[in-house]
Design a protein around this ligand. Structure first.
Ligand code: PLP
Length: 405
């Protein structure tokens, strides 16, 4: 069965480690010796309750989540979080500033790609009279004024004085830009420029980089969230790391005039009911737990940081060779490139189709770029091995050698 598998460079849902899939197949028949499959067992059973608690503990250990933050298991993907972060953080702002007029309230958004753009759109829908301030729009810095091709320099950000939230997307999956995890790098997040000296309302979408490396300044974040389906497990589970002062009484806020928060989006419901105000996505939680157990054996996020850095260097290296020959063109400015999604064009009439067909012939799939950007996108999530990257790099080199410059 596993021999028929191809190399999957897809952007998500994406590849999972084969040993995990094999164990999960067993778990579908018999979960942890219960005689009941994971998709059949009660989420209230003592076996599953213990399991979900252990998954939470693994995340806490592997990401060094501080005791000030809770780990929530939610549903609805990143898309539901575009709404949830607005509703919960606006409720918090209302409780902290009950007298403030609605049109004085503001949410700051850092706009670096199509996922932060989608979040901005949702914020506009749910703002309830508050203003959505674009702290920086990366497109304005690009040569054509409309490309998301870089992380802005620190001096480009304009934050508000007392925003209800400050939002950024750490890795833009579509255009392939990512904040650097090195705080001294120009493409790092400008933590030093954030307003105020109190608890920061900083919200980060880590959907496509969660667990690929440590999260810089995690303790300074109000919320970090991610869907499981890139680096952890099947779609259906969304993980949020939420600082406890952001888990607020949304009903009390609504009585003061805030937008009411549906129970399924209120962090409080999940925090108070051990992540089970309703049926959690049991299978996705199960596989995520298996991946985390494997990660721990391999050396956790530090292991993946190192592995992903090597994978990234190899792909950007061959991309540079292709650029020197005038046959490839990276989508992203140097220094802003993602370690998870490398986006580029193959230059020449019909060249992209030829490139993709050749890759497919060699058993490599999922390389077609997102329809809004086009070109090629190589996704290098945790489960993609270094050997698989070597196969791709060898193919790209072969392609470059066979194509007249
Ligand atoms: N944010 C980022 C960075 C993403 O890559 C995606 C999906 O790929 C989303 C949000 C949306 O996530 P979902 O499809 O889980 O709603």
């Amino acid at each position: 069965m596993t021999e028929s598998r191809v190399i999957n460079f897809g952007a998500g849902p994406s590849a999972l480690p084969v040993p995990v899939l094999e164990e999960a197949a067993q778990g579908l028949l018999n979960f942890n010796g219960t005689g009941i499959g994971i998709a059949e067992i009660s989420h209230r059973s003592k076996e599953f309750s213990a399991y979900i608690a252990s998954v939470e503990a693994q995340i806490r250990t592997q990401l060094a989540v501080p005791p000030t933050h809770s780990i929530l298991f939610l549903q609805g993907g990143g898309t539901a979080q575009f709404s949830a972060v607005v509703l919960n953080m606006m409720a918090r702002h209302r409780l902290l500033n009950p007298e403030m007029d609605d049109d004085e309230r503001v949410m700051d958004y850092v706009l670096t790609g199509s996922w932060s753009k989608a979040a901005v759109h949702e914020a506009g829908r749910l703002a309830g009279g508050a203003k959505v301030n674009i702290a920086v729009d990366a497109r304005t810095l690009s040569a054509d004024g409309k490309s998301f091709d870089r992380i802005p320099p620190h001096d480009a950000y304009r934050f508000s004085k007392d925003p209800a939230l400050i939002y950024y997307c750490e890795n833009e999956t579509v255009s392939g830009t990512q904040f650097s995890s090195d705080p001294t790098h120009p493409a790092s997040f400008p933590f030093e420029r954030l307003p105020g000296d109190k608890l920061l309302p900083l919200v980060a979408d880590y959907s496509s980089s969660f667990m690929s490396r440590p999260i810089p300044r995690l303790a300074d974040h109000a919320i970090v969230y991610a869907g499981a389906q890139k680096n952890l497990g099947p779609a259906g589970l969304t993980i949020a790391i939420v600082r406890q002062d952001c888990i607020v009484d949304v009903d009390a806020a609504a009585r003061l005039g805030a937008v009411p928060v549906p129970t399924g989006l209120a962090y409080k419901s999940f925090a108070e009911q051990k992540n089970m105000p309703n049926t959690p996505p049991v299978f996705a939680v199960y596989v995520t737990g298996l991946v985390l157990k494997r990660n721990a054996e391999l050396g956790g996020v530090q292991y993946y940081e190192e592995l992903n850095r090597r994978k990234q260097e190899k792909v950007y290296g061959v991309l540079k060779e292709g650029e020197a020959k005038g046959l490839l063109k990276g989508h992203v400015q140097p220094g802003s490139g993602s370690s998870m999604n490398v986006v580029f064009n193959v230059i020449g009439e019909g060249a992209e189709a030829r490139f993709l067909a050749g890759a497919e012939e060699r058993g490599m799939k999922g390389l077609k770029g997102h329809r809004s950007v086009g070109g090629i996108r190589v996704s290098l999530y945790n489960a993609v091995t270094e050997e698989q990257v070597d196969t791709l790099v060898a193919y790209i080199r072969e392609f470059l050698n066979q194509t007249p410059a």
